[in-house]
Each structure stands twice: as structure tokens, then as C-alpha cells.
Design a protein around this ligand. Structure first.
Ligand code: NAD
Length: 254
């Protein structure tokens, strides 16, 4: 018996990095995973991997910042599985595609707008697309991915930090609105995580520096976030909503 047996959970940005680790971890606990991503072949590859270990999964191609795509994502999940129990809003402009790391005055306005459209409007749109089905079901689990950079006030990418702060505000407001429908809305704030398939020397160096600020002094990897995501999608978190769990090896404590 898994903790998520037969729950249908959508993971946006599930084709790569931490999103991929969420897909594998949720499936291991019995979930049927909908791998939603801009990168169709990447999503299909994750579904193939899940199929090899006996899990039922579906790949959906789409852009979380486009309303029609998010509606199509929810419809595809309903058509295939007949229910939506969970949504992990993980897709973001962060590494794929890469965010500019510059002083805030140098952030191009178009990049600011695009990043807000994906990282913030995308969370709103995906929630809006699945919530009618969750209300009809009488339950649901929404997990929004924020970032430890919000608490740290990290420099050189103010648009990213701002978008991830918005995710926390949205999580709290929507948690209050959806509580009466038995829908939990929580957030995870990961620390700096080595999530790319090929990690550059610069990233390794950033990880080594961040390690020193942690209580647990080692590099953070995607699998470090999976247990928290499973918990927030499971019945174990039924009386918890509007919260942000920081998973960063104890770099921030609050
Ligand atoms: N890696 C870290 O250090 C770290 C730290 C804190 C928070 N986070 C957050 O965790 C999440 C995952 O991080 P990651 O490092 O695996 O990210 P990543 O950039 O490696 O992967 C993002 C995934 O989202 C997909 N994607 C991007 N834009 C999309 C769109 N518009 N529509 C649909 N899919 C889209 C990409 O194709 C990719 O599969 C992100 O929300 C990120 O902001 C990451």
C-alpha cells in the first residue's frame, strides 16, 4: 500500500529536474501522475520511465502561462483518469529557460513580464483549471513551489524572488478560500538544489558556498524535496493549509 494509492496528481514542469523527481516519488507511493511540461518529449520520457516500473502516467504538453493550455491540461487528466486529486505547481522560469542574473535595474521589462506570467500567473491558471474538479470531488491537494530566495532576499534576480514571494501570498489567500471545500493549499520553499542533468562548475561552486550556511552541510538534490511533496499530497497533511515549508537543510530557520 502506498500513501497516494490511486490519487491522480498533476506535476507541472515535470519533465526535468525537481519536477521529474516529484513525478517518480509520487508514483512510487501509488499515484497516477500527469506529467505536464512545455517539453513534450521530456514529459513522454518521464512517462516511459514510470511505465517501466508499472505506474500509469500521462504526458501533457502545454505552457502554464496560457489559459487554454491549462484548461486542456485539466481536461486531459479528467478524460484519462476521471479525477484530479492533486496539483504540484512546479513549472517556472528558473533554469530551463534560464533566468537572467543581473542587478534589478538591468532586468529587461519583457523578461520581468514573462517570468511573472509563468511563475505567478501560471500558478493561478493551473489552480483555476483544476479546482472545479476538486470541488466536485470534495477534496484536493495543491502544492505551490516557492523558493528559499524569498527569505534570504537573494540578489541578482529580483524578478524571480518577487515571483516566488507572490506564490506564498497566493497560497495563503487561496487556502482560505478553498478550506471549506476540503482543498489544502500549501507551499514548499526549496533551497539551492542541484537539479540540472549536467551541472556546471559555477553551479557546483554556488552549491559549495550555500552548503556552509546550512545546518546540514551537504549539497541539496531533487530527492531531498520529494518527501515533503508526498506528505503535502497525502492524508497526513489533511489539517494543514496555507503553510510554506522550507526544505533547505536548515539554511533558513523561522
Ligand atoms: N533548483 C533550485 O535550486 C530551486 C530552488 C528553489 C526553488 N526552485 C523551484 O523549484 C521548481 C523546479 O526547479 P528546477 O530547478 O527543477 O527547475 P528547472 O528550470 O530545471 O525545470 C523547470 C521545468 O519547468 C518546465 N517549464 C518551464 N516553463 C514552463 C512553462 N511555461 N510551462 C510548462 N512547463 C514549463 C521546464 O521545461 C522544466 O521541465 C521551480 O519552480 C523552481 O523555481 C528551484
Amino acid at each position: 500500500m502506498g500513501r497516494l494509492d490511486d490519487r491522480v496528481i498533476i506535476v507541472t514542469g515535470g519533465a526535468h529536474g525537481i519536477g521529474r523527481a516529484y513525478c517518480l516519488g509520487l508514483a512510487k507511493e501509488g499515484a497516477k501522475v500527469v506529467v505536464a511540461d512545455l517539453d513534450g518529449p521530456g514529459a513522454e520520457a518521464v512517462v516511459r520511465t514510470l511505465g517501466e516500473s508499472g505506474s500509469d502516467a500521462l504526458a501533457v504538453v502545454g505552457d502554464v502561462s496560457v489559459p487554454d493550455d491549462t484548461e486542456a491540461m485539466a481536461k486531459a487528466a479528467m478524460d484519462r483518469f476521471g479525477r484530479i486529486d492533486g496539483l504540484i505547481n512546479n513549472a517556472a522560469v528558473f533554469q530551463i529557460p534560464a533566468v537572467s542574473r543581473v542587478p534589478f535595474e538591468q532586468i529587461p521589462v519583457e523578461e520581468w513580464d514573462n517570468l511573472m506570467a509563468v511563475n505567478l500567473r501560471g500558478v493561478f491558471l493551473c489552480c483555476r483549471a483544476v479546482v472545479p474538479n476538486m470541488k466536485a470531488l470534495g477534496s484536493g491537494k495543491i502544492v505551490n513551489i516557492s523558493s528559499g530566495t524569498v527569505f534570504h532576499g537573494s540578489t541578482q534576480f529580483a524578478h524571480y524572488v518577487t515571483s516566488k514571494a507572490g506564490v506564498i501570498g497566493f497560497t495563503r489567500a487561496v487556502a482560505r478560500e478553498l478550506g471549506e471545500h476540503n482543498i489544502n493549499v500549501n507551499a514548499i520553499a526549496p533551497g539551492l538544489t542541484l537539479s540540472l542533468d549536467e551541472i556546471s562548475e559555477d553551479q557546483l561552486e554556488a552549491s559549495r558556498i550555500r552548503m556552509q550556511a546550512r545546518a546540514i552541510k551537504r549539497a541539496q538534490v531533487p530527492e531531498d524535496l520529494v518527501g515533503t511533496a508526498v506528505f503535502l499530497c497525502s492524508s497526513d497533511s489533511d489539517f494543514m493549509t496555507g503553510q510554506t515549508l522550507v526544505v533547505d537543510g536548515g539554511a533558513q530557520m523561522h
